[in-house]
Design a protein around this ligand. Structure first.
Ligand code: NOJ
Ligand code: CA
Length: 708
């Protein structure tokens, strides 16, 4: 009785209290307000006195079973009351295995709200946990173990982001199956995702004008930068955002399965975090570690096999039409033909790449098209295409492994699943065993085309589970992982550090076809896609006019110096030098930057940034005193002064500046560059000039004093 009375009092107390409750970030810049409006618990966010998020909804609609008969809907949005709240200060540090900085500070204020439904009889329970950092807010929902609920199905997420004003948005069309769309800059009110979405004929069924993806970069009319995304996407579908046609409200729209259900859950369960980065400085958004902090620490005991990777590949030559993935060279199993001799992954050709990698200090060589199946791979929606262990007759696995080993480099495995995930699942164990037996320490996977099981989506719960299964299975086999065409990343590389990078966006490959990527595409990626984690963008193209054949007319809308800068402005512990060896041999002085630049760092400074315009980043190489600067601009040329105040005092450095030449002109003379060297010290100023669509890369190498 006493306990019951106490419970009643605490319920009343909390509900009364929740007329309005305020919580702040450790530095007090961000304020979270929780209120009850009508029958809904809503949250608002105020940043330095400006309301960023107006009262926005929280919760879910769920049902108890997926069957047709005993449906009982559960309303985790309306009529929930807060019965208890707990506050906690978090302030600790951790060290990423590979990363942009050596140590990450995790400082925030956490508030857990325990909610109960007002249902008669046994109520349903749900907690909402907010973490307020100095650079943003994350929140997740938790369904605790409860007597009245075990298994249930999520029908819809009710979470909204009520912005009110017409922010400038950097956005990508929504889709359940691809993140490989162009990025656009428009006002929120002008978003129309239909054209892009419909351009991808494979997946048109899910196109809506107002459906977009995260990370969504926003800038308020007053100049406050906001980025909406999610962290720790585990056993849950990805969140897309639905813009309401009449207001500035964004709503969560979860990727469904073929049954139109969103997620199949079992208590206890915690959802991914919804993340809102906020600052009046765009540099803070890029430097934020909030999403990583919201992910779980890794449970991996042995991480010794996880190393940064700089690689080349038997890859771009297929994109520019010099070679084929399949052995016959026809890309069609139905066509009888003798091999055309264009198959790139042949032993002799791969040996040339091995020689080049070894000579120039690369770690690995990716070889695509090594295995049987490519005749049948693309968009055929066919179930058994690859077995991941059978090489083509002209690819000698053992001979190449021995050769690579003798040259102190390794081959990177390629597993294109062509969307047939069910057959990949069947072959995973033997495929990873094959890698172990043949000395492959890393794999690039791929999910081109619609998924099998048919009806599942790349970004739905079933596939999210699959990607994690692959991360776990590869980790168990001490294999590093690079995933193409997965759901976009949410910081899970903290938890699964062998999962080095993903593609999950429109990469360099699009420049080999048609109009290619827009000038500011790579720049826009940094403010959107990269907020979730590293990308295997495959930079470093030196031959920017792809006139390999008379009818090949593509031109990459970038200067050569910009290609170098991408290695610094785009963080990834796995980076490719994507161009053909002969194109690097022709410009060895510029290639030196790609050879020197690390992919793992002790420190990072985002020196200047403005979405849609420019970004300049400086990074300090792991276990060295060497710094590397990269800067890129939009279509406008740009001059900038960088003060080297981050260098150590009393040390001498040699700076090598790889810049656009004064005659460099995108699409016309993009390959002109200049290289200058100078001795620099802490506090010196570098004057850097960038052509339109250009960039600049600087290596600043410590000059060790001669030992007398
Ligand atoms: C798409 C990937 O993004 C690309 O890197 C790969 O070469 C092809 N699929 C073939 O797997
Ligand atoms: Ca791709």
């Amino acid at each position: 009785m006493k306990i019951f009375l106490l419970w009643i009092i605490s319920v009343l107390f909390s509900t009364l209290l929740l007329g309005q409750n305020k919580y702040t970030s450790p530095n007090k810049n961000i304020e979270l307000v929780i209120q009850r409006q009508q029958k809904q618990i809503v949250y608002s966010i105020v940043y330095l006195g400006d309301t960023i998020m107006y009262p926005s909804e929280l919760g879910f609609k769920a049902k108890k079973t997926y069957g047709a008969t005993t449906q009982e809907t559960i309303d985790f949005a309306d009529s929930m009351v807060i019965v208890r709240e707990k506050e906690k200060k978090i302030n600790d540090q951790w060290q990423p295995i590979l990363g942009e900085v050596k140590t990450i500070q995790n400082e925030c204020n956490e508030i857990t709200f325990e909610l109960q439904s007002e249902k008669k009889g046994k109520p349903y329970l749900m907690n909402i946990i907010f973490r307020i950092f100095n650079d943003g807010v994350g929140f997740r929902y938790e369904f605790p173990k409860q007597t009245n609920l075990n298994r249930f199905v999520i029908e819809d997420e009710i979470t909204t982001f009520q912005l009110k004003e017409d922010y400038t948005a950097w956005w990508q069309a929504g889709n359940f199956n691809t993140n490989e769309y162009p990025l656009h800059e428009t006002k929120l009110s002008a978003i129309n995702a239909l054209n892009d979405c419909e351009s991808n004929k494979l997946f048109t069924a899910q196109c809506l004008p107002w459906l977009i993806q995260t990370p969504l970069m926003l800038k308020s009319p007053k100049g406050i930068y906001v980025n909406i995304h999610e962290a720790a996407l585990v056993h849950f579908p990805a969140m897309q955002l639905r813009r309401s046609p009449d207001s500035r409200k964004l709503s969560s729209d979860l990727v469904p399965d073929a049954m139109h259900n969103k997620a199949y859950l079992e208590t206890p369960f915690a959802t991914p975090w919804r993340t809102i980065l906020i600052s009046n400085k765009a540099t803070d958004i890029l430097a934020s570690k909030m999403i990583l902090n919201l992910n779980e620490p890794t449970k991996l005991k042995d991480v010794s096999f996880i190393k940064p990777v700089k690689y080349i590949g038997v890859w771009w030559e297929m994109f520019v039409g010099k070679g084929t993935w399949d052995y016959l060279g026809t890309q069609n199993s139905a066509q009888e033909a003798k091999p055309t001799g264009k198959h790139s992954a042949n032993t002799t050709n791969v040996k040339k790449y091995i020689d080049f990698a070894s000579k120039h200090g690369f770690d690995g060589i990716l070889v695509e098209g090594w295995n049987v199946g490519w005749e049948d791979w693309f968009a055929k929606w066919k179930e058994n295409v690859f077995d991941f262990v059978t090489p083509y007759p002209d690819f000698n696995v053992k001979e190449l492994q021995a050769y690579a080993k003798s040259k102190n480099v390794y081959l990177i495995m390629h597993h294109e699943t062509s969307g047939s995930v069910i057959s990949y699942e069947r072959h995973m164990d033997s495929a990873y065993q094959f890698m172990n037996e043949n000395g492959y320490p890393a794999v690039k996977t791929g999910y081109v085309g619609p998924i099998i099981p048919r009806g599942e989506n790349h970004d739905g719960q079933w596939m999210v589970d699959h990607y994690i299964r692959v991360a776990e299975k590869t980790a168990a086999k001490k294999i590093m992982l690079d995933v193409h065409e997965p759901v976009r990343p949410t910081g899970l590389h903290r938890t699964y550090p062998n999962w080095l990078a993903c593609e999950a966006a429109r990469g360099m490959e699009y420049n080999a076809w048609g109009d290619g990527n827009a000038i500011d595409h790579d720049l826009n990626l940094i403010f959107t896609r990269f907020i979730g984690g590293p990308m295997d963008y495959t930079p470093g193209i030196f031959k920017l006019k792809l006139d390999y054949f008379p009818n090949k007319k593509e031109i990459i809308h970038s200067t050569l110096a910009r290609q170098l800068a991408l290695y610094v402005v785009m963080y990834s512990p796995l980076q490719m030098a994507a161009d053909l060896p002969e194109n690097y041999e022709a410009k060895l002085d510029a290639f030196q930057f790609i050879k020197d630049v690390p992919t793992d760092w002790d420190d990072t400074k985002i020196l200047e940034a403005e979405p849609g315009e420019y970004v300049t980043t400086a990074r300090k190489g792991k276990n060295t005193n060497n710094w590397f600067i990269g800067s890129i601009t939009d279509e406008k040329k740009r001059s900038t002064k960088i003060t080297l105040d981050f260098l150590d005092a009393n040390k001498n450095y040699e700076a090598t500046i790889y810049a656009d030449d004064k005659n460099t002109l995108v699409d016309v003379r993009p390959e002109l560059y200049s290289i200058t060297k100078k001795t620099v010290q802490k506090g010196d100023v570098l004057n850097l000039d960038l052509a339109g669509a250009g960039g600049v890369a600087v290596s600043i190498i410590e000059v060790k004093a001669n030992k007398m």
